[in-house]
Ligand binder design. Structure first.
Ligand SMILES: [Zn+2]
Ligand SMILES: [Zn+2]
Length: 100
């Protein structure tokens, strides 16, 4: 194998690795990844509980009983690394209103 063939192979492998990386990053940013993977994780369940307990299971918008947690902001790079200050307890009605 001569030198230029070797360089071509290394270059190709590099391109493939970058494509793979871009794919992974995209996948993690898809909203359905968020809904289907992160929101079902034990980590999220724990965080959700911490937020609901902090807010006393009260909806921060209407004062009713909160059953859900709303993201005021989303962590763009590290999904799941958002501080709990970005999360608020909310009831189903107010949550629907916010998202529609
Ligand atoms: Zn409410
Ligand atoms: Zn929400």
């Amino acid at each position: 194998m001569d030198r230029s063939t070797l360089i071509a192979i290394v270059f190709l492998l590099g391109v493939l690795a970058l494509k793979r990386l871009a794919f992974e990053i995209k996948r993690k940013h898809r909203p359905d990844y968020y809904r289907e993977t992160y929101l079902k994780s034990g980590e999220w369940q724990r965080k959700r509980y911490v937020v609901l307990r902090r807010d006393n299971w009260r909806c921060v918008y209407c004062g009713g009983r909160a059953t859900q947690v709303h993201h005021k902001k989303y962590a763009k790079i590290n999904i799941g690394k958002e501080p709990i200050e970005w999360l608020v307890s909310i009831c189903e009605n107010c949550h629907d209103t916010i998202h529609h």
